[in-house]
Design a binder for this molecule. Structure first.
Ligand code: 2AM
Ligand code: CA
Ligand code: CA
Ligand code: CA
Length: 254
């Protein structure tokens, strides 16, 4: 059952990639959402409509949470819930035409089951879950090295760096260096692959859902920094990190 569903969802991610590449050859529209650096394009909307409609065919009794409004109003995590980010890193998509992702996750009764992060321009689909392991295309990933903060390049989202809510200067001083990519999906891929020791951000459900499945499956820590546990249905201040970096960071910020 899980293998068949996984195969269908992998196919859907590759179709969404093809669709995205085709639309990048056209003059798609860009609109502002809440402010000048919060954008949405006709490609985000088209991808979301396409993915949500396909999910309804693949799994008719499920519910869908998705960023641009084509999903369901979801208040309960009972049964299977899909969480969709049709373009993650829309600013990168518009300004760089690279460093963006398409993300999909499947949760069952609130438990992470399957995660998909498509790095569109590098043609890499990161996929899997607790029952399948984590894969990049056809290659299985092993857990990254358990780096300490001192030995890690780290990534802290631009919005959190600007706020003074936590003493992140101190965290930064204890790390090897800072790297920012501007797409939660691409940032989480870098943690999965061991190129970053941590990613700290304020994430909406669709920013976190897929990466969380893959990171937890590899034994990485995915933890709220201000609440006892993560909430799948709302935003979280979240740390995705190696076990050692998580220990080092919690010792510094608490
Ligand atoms: P998006 O492109 O799908 O909106 C940029 O640092 C990363 O954070 C991107 O993954 C972006 O996703 C996400 N992001 C953008 N604005 C956000 C916000 N207000 N709250 C949470 N995440 C946001
Ligand atoms: Ca957005
Ligand atoms: Ca996103
Ligand atoms: Ca998005």
């Amino acid at each position: 059952m899980m293998e068949k569903l996984d195969k269908n969802l992998q196919d859907l991610m590759w179709q969404a990639r093809e669709r995205t590449l085709r639309q990048m050859q056209t003059s798609f529209e860009v609109d502002q959402k809440t402010q000048f650096n919060d954008l949405v394009t006709t490609v985000d909307k088209d991808n979301e409509r396409f993915i949500d409609q396909a999910l309804k065919k693949i799994d008719p009794t499920s519910q869908i949470i998705s960023e641009e409004g084509f999903g369901d109003q979801v208040s309960s995590l009972k049964g299977r819930v899909y969480i969709v980010d049709p373009i993650d890193g829309t600013l990168n998509f518009v300004k760089q035409k690279t460093n963006f992702a398409i993300m999909l996750a499947c949760y069952e009764d609130g438990q992470p089951k399957l995660g998909y992060i498509m790095d569109v321009m590098n043609k890499r689909l990161y996929h899997g879950g607790p029952e399948l392991g984590v894969w990049c295309n056809d290659t299985q990933l092993t857990a990254p090295q358990n780096l300490s903060l001192r030995d890690s390049l780290i990534d802290i989202n631009h919005g959190i760096l600007l706020s003074s809510k936590y003493d992140l200067q101190t965290v930064l001083k204890h790390a090897s260096g800072l790297r920012l990519y501007g797409s939660a999906g691409i940032e989480m891929i870098n943690v999965l692959e061991g190129r970053l020791g941590m990613y700290l951000s304020y994430l909406k459900p669709w920013d976190l859902a897929a990466g969380r499945v893959l990171a937890e499956t590899l034994g990485l820590v995915v933890k709220s920094i201000d609440k006892p546990s993560l909430d799948v249905l709302s935003s979280n201040f979240v740390l995705v990190a190696t076990k050692q970096v998580a220990t080092d960071v919690f010792a510094l910020v608490n």
